[in-house]
Design a protein. Structure first.
Length: 104
């Protein structure tokens, strides 16, 4: 999808309202569990999680709180031991809470 037209918020998404309301509830309660989004290509999985991440973290925080990897290219134990472990174990100065690792 062209990034220019990608939905920026959960409200911009046209999806199953029960899924979106559940994700919104998690965000409001500040308790986002581990999620596995699956389905055929083009169903909005990546757009949904990126909109969720953008709602959780503003532009300044996004880069330090969200790691997005291409799971087709970046796979194997070395990725878990390298970039993911490094990202997950790095503390942020101002933002508390959880970090997101998105394997797309």
């Amino acid at each position: 999808m062209v990034e220019k037209y990608r939905p920026q918020t959960l409200n911009d998404l046209i999806s199953h309202q029960d899924i979106l309301s559940t994700i919104q509830k998690f965000i409001n309660e500040d308790r986002l569990p581990h999620l596995l989004l699956y389905g055929p290509p083009g169903t909005g999985k990546t757009s949904t999680i990126l909109a969720c991440a953008k709602q959780l973290y503003k532009d300044k925080e996004f880069g330090s709180m969200v790691l997005e990897l291409n799971a087709s290219d970046d796979r194997g134990i070395d990725i878990v031991r390298g970039p993911i472990l490094s990202f997950a174990s790095t503390r942020t100065i101002f933002k508390k809470g959880f970090k997101l690792v998105i394997l797309d």
